[in-house]
Design a protein around this ligand. Structure first.
Ligand code: CTP
Ligand code: MG
Length: 227
């Protein structure tokens, strides 16, 4: 079944330190933004992309989308101060029924198979997220003194895409706005409804480009894929 996808792209890339939105950085001559959009553009089940952008990027993003022949951006909305505000701007223009994905523009390596598994799961359960088992041992600390080692076998490192029935995501965002709650992902807003959230095991190479070394990892992932 067709889905829509909200793509938050309105950040400033401060941790990347490139002096501009990291989505302009190129991997094999193609901007990160375009790598991400292309995955959905080429997915026959994708019914439309809602792109949340910073007003300063509007002209240049439009040029890139045109230049690279991306066809499925159905709307561009202005994002907000936090990622959550940007996603909410997208939620406001969603069609009424169906499934919506939220996927960070800064994660260019998402696979179609994961997208489709998430859509199926969200159709059944209402909410599903991509995640991978945590590899590192995770400890809690008070300042720099360890207070607890957390049992790793039940820990997941959460990624995007996250998939939802549209009504579930809309209710979750409206409740968060009303209660002034800010979460680090959309599922955390859905959990507070409360509503169950299913996990689909994703891939370790679905990285988010966040700090400068991620660019080297991204180049290595692209090279591996071409082999
Ligand atoms: N994002 C957004 N609106 C914001 C902040 C972030 O749409 N106000 C988007 C980013 O463009 C990115 C995704 O959310 O695609 C994940 O955010 P993050 O990796 O934190 O990107 P930035 O906020 O750009 O980076 P930083 O936090 O280092 O400034
Ligand atoms: Mg950020």
């Amino acid at each position: 079944m067709a889905y829509q996808v909200i793509i938050p792209a309105a950040g400033q890339g401060k941790r990347m330190g490139a002096g501009k939105n990291k989505l302009y950085l190129t991997l094999e001559d193609t901007p990160v933004l375009i790598h991400t959009l292309r995955v959905f553009d080429e997915d026959e089940e994708c019914g439309g992309m809602i792109l949340a952008i910073h007003p300063e990027d509007e002209a240049q993003f439009k040029d890139m989308i045109h230049f690279y022949g991306i066809r499925k951006v159905t709307s561009m909305v202005h994002g907000g101060r936090e990622r959550q505000d940007s996603v909410y701007s997208g939620v406001k223009v969603l069609e009424e029924e169906g499934i919506v994905l939220v996927h960070d523009a800064a994660r260019p390596f998402i696979k179609k198979e994961t997208i489709h598994s998430l859509v199926r799961e969200a159709e059944m359960e209402g909410a599903a997220i991509a995640a991978v088992p945590v590899k590192d041992t995770i400890k809690r600390a008070d300042s720099n003194m360890v207070t607890e080692t957390i049992e790793r076998s039940s820990l997941w490192a959460v990624q995007t895409p996250q998939a939802f029935r549209i009504s579930v995501l809309r209710n979750a965002h409206e409740k968060a706005v009303k209660e002034e709650f800010t979460g680090t992902d959309d599922a955390s807003l859905v959990e507070r409804l409360p509503h169950k959230v299913a996990i689909i095991e994703g891939d370790y190479d679905n990285i988010k480009l966040t700090t400068p070394e991620d660019v080297f990892f991204a180049e290595a992932i692209l090279k591996k894929r071409k082999q």
